[in-house]
Design a protein around this ligand. Structure first.
Ligand code: NAD
Ligand code: UDP
Length: 326
């Protein structure tokens, strides 16, 4: 297969590039590096089945040659990123998704949308099944991301209804692992960086809000299964083990051997109080379920954070944590 991965230079996209190349596919990585890192795919430079196109998916782009699948991952994903890049986030979810869908339709290729658990907003139903329609504040600070992804889902199913496009949707729950940007402001990367630096771990609110954290290798297996399937979904892809942010802080302290203290800061506006996927649909129809327990996943992630290149990156990048959205 020849697969175009929009956002292929990001955290998840670069792991998807690796996974597809490992099994013999050809990969076109399309990225504008607005939130991604060329270093994420630096090891693939010169690979005979890998091609990098630096382009903004919202302004139109060209991919020469055959295309069998388009995996559309391009979008800022960390809350500080999408607050900072509010209009760009709306554009990539709308225009960017339409451009990626057009590419897929032109080639009669399979299209997979990387949607998000954020379509459920601050969920009134718990745990979250795919049938739940969500609870999103359309004018709140998170809406640029949440509504962009909801629009992207609507566009994707409209292309299926009108154009009979072969499309699928995965709703990704919080995922962590190597190649997260140390200063991206997401909770796992922030806690690990703070713990390794001996700084207090910043808990927003009282830390009682919950998330369900999935290790990146598990998540990528699910996306690959979706590329290979001919199903629409949507499928929740996430690890159903739910924990409070405070419990996560303890797990990170254990994984790093750190005795960092805790610092309590105000909770961002509209921060979802709880989040846990029901994954029976993906289990039954895709044969997918996560395998990596959080202590093991955190060990791998910490090992990556302690490698030299990450330390250098953390030192030179601005810290995006605690930015906006309060
Ligand atoms: P990321 O920021 O590391 O990767 C996104 C990539 O998209 C970056 O490389 C960025 O440069 C690129 N990009 C953004 N706008 C673009 C544009 N207009 N044109 C071309 N490239 C563009 O984030 P990630 O965590 O790897 O997330 C990847 C996808 O998965 C996103 O669509 C995100 O919404 C979705 N997702 C991720 C998570 C998670 O926990 N990581 C959870 C839910 C959904
Ligand atoms: N969070 C926190 N401290 C941080 C960063 C995040 O307590 O330094 C909290 C945040 O308020 C949220 C949870 O951790 O409740 C997950 O945040 P993240 O930004 O990783 O993902 P999302 O909110 O998109 O699920």
């Amino acid at each position: 297969m020849r697969v175009v991965i929009t956002g292929g230079g990001g955290f998840l996209g670069s792991h998807l590039c690796d996974a597809l190349l490992r099994r013999g596919d050809r990969v076109v990585c399309l990225d504008d590096f607005s939130t991604g890192e060329p270093g994420n795919v630096g090891h693939l430079r010169g690979h005979p089945r890998f091609q990098l196109i630096r382009a903004d998916v919202t302004t139109g782009f060209d991919v020469a040659g055959p295309v069998d699948a388009v995996a559309h991952l391009a979008s800022p994903a960390s809350p500080p990123d999408y607050h900072r890049l509010s209009l760009e986030t709306l554009a990539v979810g709308s225009k960017g998704t339409e451009n990626a869908l057009r590419l897929a339709v032109a080639h009669r290729a399979r299209f997979v949308l990387a949607s998000t658990s954020e379509v459920y907003g601050d969920p009134a139903a718990h745990p979250q099944r795919e049938e739940y329609w969500g609870n999103v504040n359309p004018i709140g600070p998170r809406s640029v991301y949440d509504e962009a992804k909801r629009f992207a889902e609507a566009l994707t199913v409209a292309y299926r209804r009108r154009m009979r496009a072969d499309v699928g949707i995965v709703r990704i729950f919080n995922t962590y692992g190597p190649r997260m940007r140390p200063n991206d402001g997401r909770v796992v990367s922030t806690f690990i960086r703070q713990a390794l630096d001996g700084q207090p771990l910043t808990l927003y609110g009282d830390g009682s809000q919950t998330r369900s954290f999935c290790y990146v290798d598990d998540l990528i297996r699910g996306i690959v299964a979706m590329i290979d399937a001919d199903l629409l979904g949507p499928f929740n892809l996430g690890n159903p083990r739910e924990q409070t942010v405070r419990e996560l802080a303890e797990l990170v302290r254990e994984a790093t051997g750190s005795d960092s203290g805790l610092e309590f800061l105000p909770l961002p506006v509209d921060d979802p109080t709880r989040r846990r996927p029901v994954i029976e649909r993906a289990r039954e129809q895709l044969g997918w379920s996560p395998r990596v327990p959080i202590d093991e996943g955190l060990r791998h992630t910490v090992a990556w954070f302690t490698s030299g290149s990450v330390a250098r990156r953390a030192a030179t990048e601005p810290n995006l944590g605690m930015s906006v959205g309060r």
